[in-house]
Design a protein around this ligand. Structure first.
Ligand SMILES: *Cc1c(COP(=O)(O)O)cnc(C)c1O
Ligand SMILES: [Zn+2]
Length: 400
């Protein structure tokens, strides 16, 4: 039996064999029906792709190496010093900076391209100016697909270059960028262009593999907390769904508590959670250094809220100073994440000082993207150097 697309909110169902990204009845996001009987395809992991290893959990007839650049299988690094400092049992960093285009977006992009190919769609697009645009442009180029990247008219040239190098059709669109998300889905499905925007069902499917890998890396012992920096909500939903499916398949025995981490300067999900609302409210003037999580009206915000409540999760919002401090702390562990990717560590520091997390908790922070993707943020970080002449070298080294 073919799986269906289900509305995350109402009872509506849709076939999977067409381009459909949101519910026509209620406007909420759709998701692929949950898998409840499946197993991991264990094999020599070197030539295996993520979609091959977890093939049972995806509705694809087969995986195609042209639609992969080797995404996923990222390290889960223990940070014993930070764990001690924060008073945790264990702190682990899921290092998504190691993906082919340096962010977790590659997992969802590959899953979307597999779906697009299966339904006979050769044209793809996205609405983004950051990590997602780069990911879609790179994968589209590799797959030889006609690729459209819609950017806002106001984005700086320096952000365009890393997208343009892959040579997609780059279209600057004047007008409300939030509305462009919905308009591109509408126009795309009419014109046969598969728009793989931030939280479309197959992008959520791709993010499941972050949870799958975490479970395997922890020998199927579910962590107590998983902290995810959240913007549109697609990645958060995907990680939750990954744990749900492993639970349904009997591979794990409980759900972790999910922590939705946002920046104070743009915290629509946190605000709704704090006030007990079931619907998010648009942020009027978002402003944070964590640009990758600056969506003022997250299209999966309501669904993220439903999942946080369902599994006794939490929301935390942190300031730019806390984010920059966490970015330095992670760099001290050898991992250079962009500001958005440091938000989980900042959030866990907050939960630790509030006494929410404690001495035997196992916590995973999802480090979503590389610091090299956003070097402008480094201007906010202090640089310490000392100077010496060649003749003073011995002295300078001895002084340290
Ligand atoms: C896209 C992105 C996020 C947010 O993911 P959503 O699915 O939009 O919630 C967080 N961090 C980085 C680095 C990203 O690129
Ligand atoms: Zn619906």
């Amino acid at each position: 039996m073919k799986p269906l697309l289900k509305c995350t909110c109402c009872a509506e169902h849709y076939p999977l064999q067409e381009i459909r990204q949101r519910c026509e009845a209620c406007g909420e996001p759709l998701e692929v029906e949950k898998i409840s009987r499946a197993s991991i395809k264990r094999s020599d992991s070197l030539p295996q792709t993520v979609l091959e290893r977890y093939a049972d959990f995806f509705p694809f007839a087969q995986s195609d190496s042209r639609l992969s650049l080797g995404e996923g299988f990222t390290p889960l690094s223990d940070s014993p010093r930070l764990a001690v400092e924060l008073g945790l049992g264990r702190l682990l960093l899921k290092n998504e900076t190691l993906n082919p285009t340096w962010s977790f977006k590659d997992r969802g992009t590959s899953a979307c391209l597999h779906h697009a190919a299966e339904i006979g769609c050769t044209r793809i697009g996205t609405v983004s100016t950051g990590n997602m645009a780069v990911s879609v442009a790179a994968y589209g180029a590799r797959a030889g697909m006609d690729t459209f990247v819609l950017i806002s008219d106001t984005i700086p040239e320096e952000k365009i270059a890393p997208i343009a190098i892959h040579n997609p059709h780059l279209i600057r669109v004047q007008g409300d960028y939030g509305e462009l998300y919905f308009e591109s889905l509408r126009v795309g499905s009419e014109m046969g262009i598969y728009f793989l925007n931030s939280d479309v069902p197959m992008r959520v499917e791709g993010s499941k593999t972050i949870a799958f890998e975490m479970c395997e890396q922890l020998a199927f012992q579910v962590p107590d907390y998983v902290v995810v920096p959240t913007s549109a909500g697609g990645n958060f939903r995907g990680i939750v769904k990954g744990f749900e499916e492993f639970l349904q398949c009997g591979l794990i025995d409980r759900m972790p508590r999910m922590v939705c981490a946002q920046a104070v300067g743009c915290a629509p999900i946190y605000n709704a959670w704090l006030h007990g609302d079931s619907q998010i409210t648009r942020i009027q003037t978002p402003n944070t250094i964590a640009h990758a999580i600056e969506n003022p009206f997250p299209p999966s915000g309501n669904q993220a809220l439903r999942k946080i409540r369902e599994y006794d999760g939490l929301c935390v919002a942190v300031t730019d100073d806390e984010i920059l401090q966490a970015q330095r702390a992670m760099a001290g562990e050898g991992i250079f994440g962009q500001p958005a990717a440091a938000v989980p560590l900042a959030a866990i520091r907050r939960l630790s000082s509030d006494g929410v997390v404690s001495g035997d908790d196992v916590v995973v922070c999802v480090v979503t993207g590389s610091g090299l993707k956003y070097t402008a943020a480094l201007r906010e970080q202090p640089i310490c150097t000392t100077h010496c002449t060649l003749a003073q070298l011995r002295e300078a080294l001895a002084g340290k």
